[in-house]
Structures are given as C-alpha cells and as structure tokens.
Design a protein around this ligand. Structure first.
Ligand code: ADP
Ligand code: MG
Length: 481
C-alpha cells in the first residue's frame, strides 16, 4: 500500500497471548501434560467431562500464574475466582471452559519494550481444549472425518491480555518476543509458537490520525511465528484501510491468518461476553491468595530478561550483543556459567558472538546440543589470557571443542599449539623471514610501509600462528629498522 494512504491512519493493536503453563499435571485433573503422548492417553473422567466429576485446582498452576503476574508488574488481588464460559467446543467435552472472568488472578501490569510501557490489562487462568485432527492431516487417510485427541484438554493456560497500546506491527512483535523471553526465563512456559505452547490473538483496528476514538477491531487468530504475526498485522492494516477508503465499515469479527496464502479470512462473527453466559464456577471456591503466598513466590523470581540485558551492558557488552544473547536463553545461561567460572566477559562474548554463534547457525544447533561445556570455554579463555596460546589459536580450536567436547588443554598439548613466547626463538624466525624476502625488504625500506603486515603474516605462517603477535611486531620493527 502507498505510504501516503498509510500515513492517514493510526494503527491500534492489543494482543491476547495464551501461555501453556509447564505444570506436570492438568489444571483441574491429575492427568499428565507431556507433549506428544499416545492420543487420549491422558484422559481421566474429569478431562472427559463425565457427569458428577469435580475439578480440583492445581496449586502449581496458581504459583506460575502469580509468578508471571509479578514478572509483568501486575497486582495479584487477594481474591480471584473461576467462571464457566459456555461454548460448543467439540474438543472440550464438558461443553464449557473453566476460565476467569471478572476476578482474574493478575491485573494492571505492564511490559517495557524499547523504553515504552505496554499495559497489561489482566492475566487469567483457564483450561485448554483438546485437539481435532482432521482426515488428510497427520497421516490420517480419507477425507471426511475428524478425530479428537483430548490429551491437551485441561492443560493450564494463562491468558495475558494487553491494553490496546501498540501502534505498529514491529511493536507487537517486540512485545510478543519480550513476553516469550519472560515466560521462558521464569520457567512457566516453553514459549514455543510453532508447537503452540504459546499462542497469540492479535486485535487490530485503525483510526484517522489524531482521532481519539478507536475503530472497530478485528481479531486475528492462527499466527504461529513472530514473522507470521507481523505479516498478519500488516495485511490486516491494509485490508481495513481499503475498506474505510472505499466508504465501508470494518466489522467486528474473528479472522484466521493463512500464512501460505498470506491473507486473513473471516472465521466467525465476534461473540460478545454475554454470548458466553459466564457465571461463577459452582464446583470451585473463590481463591484467596494471601500476601505471604505472593511474597513467597516473589522471593523465587529469577533474573528477568530486562535485568539480564542491563547487567550485561554493565559488563561492557554492547546493547546489540546483550540483546542477542538474552534472546537465546540457553546461550545466556551458558554465558552466565562461563562468567561464574571467572572468565573475562569481553573475551567470552567475542567467542560466543563470533565462532560459537556462527557454528550454531551453520549447524542449526542450540548451545546445549553441542559438546562444549562452560568449564571448557572458561579454561580456553584462561589459556589465552595467560598467553599460553594466542587468540587466533583459540579461535581455531573452539570448533573442535564444540564438535567433540575436548578440553582446550588437551588439544593444545596434543597438537603442540602453545604460544611461542621465547623471544630468541621468535627472533630467529623473524630474521629468517626477512632474509628470505630481500625484494620486500627493499620495497619496505623504500617507503612501502604497508608491507609490514606481510612480514608479520610470514612469521605467523612459519609458526603456525603460535608466535606472540606483540613480540613479533616488536622484533620485526627492530630488524627492519
Ligand atoms: P475478547 O475476549 O472479546 O477478545 P478481551 O478483553 O479478552 O476481549 O480482549 C480484547 C483485546 O483487544 C485486548 O487485548 C485489547 O487491548 C484489544 N482491543 C480492544 N479494543 C481494541 C481496538 N479498538 N483496537 C485494537 N485492539 C483493541
Ligand atoms: Mg479475544
């Protein structure tokens, strides 16, 4: 779309994010929650919605809800309650979902992205539905039937609802990425969009620039990657602008994003809250959360991504490096261990952002899938700092360390890589190089000073990179005069 048309409108975005909580059992039933089990193997009578069964609240799900709320600067009210949301779910046999309506577990927080606070209206606990598997998908033959797998039914979800505070698809993506970082670091959710352990509905509307009144929103479902979220929002903005420009009106509805055809299509008209006929869940008592309970959870709060980035910057990392490392939690935890072992941050970062990052990208691996352990990287860095080996040798052997888990010491001993610091030995080699290249010496002395690098290179070649570069530089200067 032309920029001039875009410029006439302001975009308003609010996100509803469902995070699957990593409890061992379901929110109201003892069934396990592990992904990828035999279909319908985690289906107690409670999950199946048999008559007369009673839900029992999983305390761990509540703990995780509180922890997330605190990480998002929310208030945890002293009391919350559960409500029934009536809906025909083919994959939730009870015919209603136990959720929280007007008294959620978390209220009124915010999350900061690039210095901007995005309000969090609320976060509430609820149960997930099961999954329909349609013929033709997942290796099912035929075409005209669907099977239901209820393993996921009853898995705890925390739905985190933002204020309509975002103004661009970039902001929405940044919010979603930071939220994913947070739930991962505090250990409540895998944050895996592709596998659906974290899901996002994007509410989007447009209004003329300068207007105070929000337009009618459409809700986009089915975005399962960060890039799809951004694409879906961009598409939706254009669609709405086109409608308004042609004199039409955006209707409130739920639309599905199709990442293959890269468009949204109408799924259903949007229900209003009264359509769900919410009422207090009669089988569960309101939940009283004491201040002691909240403080107990607060005391367990690990370092949050934003705090980690600040700490890294304090260690001399650039904003960019700090961001990249924090974005990959396992890499950040690895880095922290290397630091704990006493390694100099700057050297550790150079390895992590350089050779290690390149290797992980090339091999499509996570740091934990390599054989490198923090102890070995810390040792390598010590060897470099004690000048046992040069930085260049370090860069060469790190790949072996990633591949087969050998320690730096072992490789250095086996391959005889330790740095030559014996000045007289280096001097001999420097002299040899100078003698072997009379033409270059003449040119150098005639003013072609950039040839100095050539001599250094030759010495390094002779010593297979083992000569101490400072010593080489100094000696060559002396010899060449
Ligand atoms: P519902 O369950 O009906 O979708 P919620 O209150 O759970 O309602 O979620 C509404 C979401 O839509 C929130 O994230 C909110 O910020 C966002 N929202 C509300 N109004 C608008 C609007 N006009 N444009 C964009 N987003 C909006
Ligand atoms: Mg919604």
């Amino acid at each position: 779309m032309e920029n001039s048309l875009r410029d006439k409108y302001e975009v308003v975005i609010g996100l509803e994010v469902h995070a699957q909580l990593k409890t061992k059992s379901k929110i109201f039933a003892p069934d396990g929650t592990e992904f990828g089990q035999e279909p319908n193997s985690e289906t107690s009578p409670i999950t199946l919605g048999m008559p007369g069964v009673l839900p029992v609240l999983n305390k761990e799900a509540v703990n995780m809800g509180i922890l997330t709320g605190l990480a998002l600067n929310c208030t945890i009210p002293p009391r919350c309650k559960f409500d029934r949301k009536q809906y025909f779910y083919p994959d939730l046999p009870k015919g209603y979902q136990i959720s929280q309506y007007d008294e959620p577990i978390c209220v009124g927080g915010y999350l900061e992205i690039n210095g901007k606070k995005i309000g969090i209206t609320r976060a509430h606990l609820e149960e997930d539905a099961g999954k329909l598997v349609h013929a033709g998908a997942d290796g099912l033959a035929g075409s005209s039937y669907s099977l239901v797998d209820l393993n996921r039914a009853g898995t705890p979800l925390l739905e985190i609802v933002s204020e309509p505070d975002m103004r661009s698809s970039e902001e929405a993506r940044a919010y979603m990425e930071e939220l994913r970082n947070i739930v991962r670091y505090i250990g409540v959710c895998d944050g895996n969009l592709e596998e659906g352990s974290m899901r996002c509905d994007a509410n989007i509307s447009i209004m003329p620039k300068g207007s105070k009144e929000f337009g009618t929103r459409a809700e986009i479902k089915n975005v399962n990657s960060f890039s799809a979220l951004q694409r879906a929002i961009e598409y939706e903005i254009d669609r709405q602008i086109e409608i308004v420009e042609e004199g039409g009106e955006v209707v409130q509805e739920t639309r599905l994003w199709d990442d293959n055809s890269r468009e949204t299509r109408s799924m259903r008209g949007k229900e209003d809250a009264h359509d769900y006929r919410y009422f207090p869940e009669p089988d569960l008592m309101p939940l009283e959360i004491s201040r002691e309970w909240v403080e107990e959870i607060r005391a367990k709060m690990p370092e949050l991504p934003s705090q980690k980035r600040e700490r890294y910057k304090g260690l001399g990392l650039s904003e960019y490096d700090a961001g990249v490392i924090v974005e990959q939690m396992n890499l950040a935890l690895f880095f922290d261990k290397v630091l704990e072992l006493g390694a100099t941050p700057k050297t550790a970062v150079n390895f992590i952002m350089g050779e290690i990052a390149a290797y992980l990208k090339e091999e499509k691996l996570d740091i934990n899938e390599t054989k490198l352990i923090p102890e070995n990287l810390a040792e390598l860095i010590t060897l470099i700092e004690k000048k046992t080996i040069s930085n260049n040798i370090g860069k060469q052997i790190i790949i072996d360390m990633l591949k087969d888990g050998t320690s730096a010491k072992e490789i250095v001993e086996k391959k005889g890589l330790s740095q030559i610091t014996d000045t007289s030995a280096i001097k001999e080699i420097c002299q040899k190089v100078v003698d072997a290249n009379p033409n270059q010496v003449a040119a150098y002395k005639g003013g072609k000073v950039q040839l100095f690098g050539f001599f250094v290179g030759q010495v390094m070649k002779e010593t297979k990179g083992r000569a101490n570069p400072q010593v080489v530089n100094q000696l060559l200067k002396e010899i060449l005069g």
